[in-house]
Write a protein that binds this ligand. Structure first.
Ligand code: FMN
Length: 328
């Protein structure tokens, strides 16, 4: 969408007759793959786990939707410690997808998530097509699951990136999963590729309903005195402010290459950060690392987005989507 073809707000006949009608609060609601999100600020998979762990410090209902940490078929202990180190502008983590496995997710985590009253997207991670099939077939049948997110983007586990870096493999994976899920399938993309648009198109052609990007960027941090990696898992995934320009560029490339909605993330901690993603073409955004320092980030982002819409006489966040103007 360009600035010139944004939806216009036409006053109703009733409004035209009323002198000085009260200004309406702009709408932050968005629809993605038929799912209504009350606002476009989603909880990114990972830092908020399965919600239960952080519910006493973070108001999860302030988010428009909650995307879970990735669930695997079997329980995973995760990588050796240390699993996370701070860098000058973000976090490097090598958690290695620690989780209690599919069975425990269904019996312990999902019942809690159903009580949130916001759409819940369950992220799943497999090491083979068969594992992804098992995860999708179980999770997508469950009440209270709005969508399933296919994580082909984790840099911290064996085979974590296998599907996410090869267009032909991701196409095969998503076209195998699509008929097996009654719910929308989101696909989480890795930035650790040369041509993200090619991977995104392959996922869309396979039947993805939405794309979420970016996952973390592969990095290495070294303790120079010990001459050893700072992380127990040797390499890790970089998140936070340092990755934002990379993420915005990739969202822009993917939004231009695909026609399904894009959920943008990577280093968002303010409304201005989020707006970069909307202008680049994202229909919604997600926040991960920023909650570590600011548990109220969702509310603050929504307030900031509303103020931006009011300042610019816009009635809906969707008017901002894809409005980047390039003159060269
Ligand atoms: C501690 C941590 C754990 C994460 N775990 C997952 C995960 O389980 N599944 C997933 O798809 N992404 C995971 N991510 C990636 C985030 O969802 C997000 O894509 C990335 O961190 C960029 O966003 P941010 O800069 O707002 O954190 C994790 C990120 C962090 C920092």
């Amino acid at each position: 969408m360009t600035a010139s073809n944004r939806a216009r707000v036409i006053p109703s006949a009733e409004e035209s007759r009323t002198p000085n009608p009260e200004p309406r609060t702009p709408s932050l609601g968005v629809e993605i793959a038929g799912i209504q999100f009350k606002n476009p600020v989603l909880a990114a998979p990972g830092p908020m786990g399965f919600g239960r762990e952080v519910q006493s410090v973070i108001d999860l209902r302030a988010f428009g939707g909650f995307v879970t940490k990735s669930v695997t078929v079997e329980p995973r202990a995760g990588n050796p410690y240390p699993q996370i180190v701070q860098t000058p502008a973000g976090w490097l983590n090598s958690l290695g997808l620690p989780n209690s496995g599919l069975g425990a997710f269904m019996t312990k985590d999902l019942p809690f998530l159903r009580t949130l009253d916001i759409p819940v997207v369950v992220s799943v991670a497999g090491e083979s097509i068969d594992e992804f099939v098992t995860l999708v077939e179980w999770v997508s049948q469950e009440p209270g699951v709005a969508a399933v997110e296919i994580n082909v983007a984790c840099p911290n586990v064996r085979a974590g990136l296998t599907f996410g870096v090869a267009p032909s493999l991701i196409n095969e994976l998503i076209s195998t999963l699509r008929p097996r899920s009654p719910r929308p399938l989101f696909v989480k993309l890795t930035p650790n590729v040369a041509d993200i648009a090619a991977v995104a198109r392959a996922a869309e052609d396979g039947g993805a309903d939405a794309l979420a990007l970016i996952n973390t960027i592969l990095g290495l941090s070294i303790d120079v005195d010990r001459r050893r990696p700072k992380l127990g898992g040797t390499t890790g995934g970089l998140s936070g402010p340092a990755v934002r320009p990379v993420a915005v560029r990739m969202v822009w490339e993917v939004a231009r290459a695909c026609s399904i909605p894009v959920i943008g993330m990577g280093g968002i901690s303010s409304a201005e950060d989020a707006l970069e993603f909307f202008i680049a073409g994202a229909h919604a955004i997600a926040v991960g690392s920023a909650v570590i320092d600011n548990p109220n980030v969702a509310t603050q982002l929504c307030n900031g987005l509303t103020q931006y819409l009011e300042r610019n006489n816009m009635s809906s966040i969707s008017e901002v989507v894809g409005t980047l103007e390039i003159t060269v």
